[in-house]
Write a protein that binds this ligand. Structure first.
Ligand SMILES: Nc1nc2c(ncn2[C@@H]2O[C@H](COP(=O)(O)OP(=O)(O)O)[C@@H](O)[C@H]2O)c(=O)[nH]1
Ligand SMILES: [Mg+2]
Length: 235
């Protein structure tokens, strides 16, 4: 049985990669920079995104897609920022796929956006293998979930561009060992950049926006996704 399961899985991934490639081209043509977020459930993706959208909204045209197995709770929370948001309900599927992203963009004028965020389903395993056509992938690790998570789920850290340690305001209460967490990240992905934030207090959010701006400039210059005419990030 195993070889057949593998064949089917390989085919699904190939199909996904093709849709993701087309999506990325579409994003580049529209000049929209796309950022996805992955983490375990409850690591703080929606809260971090809510804060990010609110901080960016005055100067940039931002929007978000958010995936969940059930409910549109997160979309409602993100809409409080005033940005356009769409929920993707995946049912039993534990990750977003490029085709789901493509379908959910129906009717949106992408060239009227500067940055599109995609919050993936909370899961440290399934989303790792699915390219969504994004330019930048963030993996979030909260101070309350254990410093060894990167060692247990190396693939998700290997497919992300940057690790963001969240809920730093809880670090002392959770007896979070920062050195051990950073060492775990570095051992699965040597040289990986790490930022530390608290969306609750706002600590570290400036550094995050500076990082976002620099990646949008560098990647956007190469691909067209951050080209002139698009809004500026002011931090
Ligand atoms: N103390 C603290 N709590 C946070 C922070 N970010 C998120 N939370 C809380 O953590 C829980 C899960 O957050 P949520 O954003 O829904 O995580 P998601 O499942 O990854 O989208 C909620 O109760 C949030 O209020 C933070 O920076 N500090
Ligand atoms: Mg969420």
């Amino acid at each position: 049985m195993e070889p057949r399961i593998l064949q089917v899985r390989t085919r699904i991934l190939k199909d996904n990669d093709k849709v993701a490639r087309d999506l990325r081209r579409r994003f580049d043509d529209a000049g929209v920079f796309v950022v996805s977020l992955v983490s375990s459930p409850g690591a703080g993706k929606t809260t971090f995104l809510q804060k990010t959208l609110t901080l960016l909204r005055p100067s940039l045209r931002v929007a978000a897609l958010v995936g969940d197995l059930a409910t549109d709770n997160d979309a409602k929370r993100l809409q409080e920022s005033g940005a356009p948001v769409r929920q993707i309900v995946t049912g039993t599927v534990c990750h977003l796929e490029a085709a789901m992203v493509e379908r959910s963009l129906d009717g949106w004028a992408l060239d009227e956006l500067d940055i599109l965020f995609i919050e993936n389903v909370g899961n440290l395993v399934c989303p790792a293998s699915y390219d969504l056509g994004e330019h930048l992938r963030l993996v979030l690790l909260s101070t309350t979930e254990g410093e060894d998570k990167p060692l247990k789920y190396p693939t998700i850290f290997n497919t992300a561009d940057i690790a963001i340690i969240t809920k730093t305001d809880m670090a002392a209460a959770a007896e979070f060992d920062r050195t051990a967490a950073v060492a775990a990240i570095q051992s699965v992905r040597p040289g990986m950049e790490v930022l530390e934030v608290s969306a609750r207090t706002g600590a570290g959010m400036d550094a995050w926006l500076t990082y976002l701006k620099s990646r949008r400039d560098v990647i956007g210059e190469r691909t067209g996704a951050g080209r002139i005419g698009a809004g500026q990030i002011t931090t």
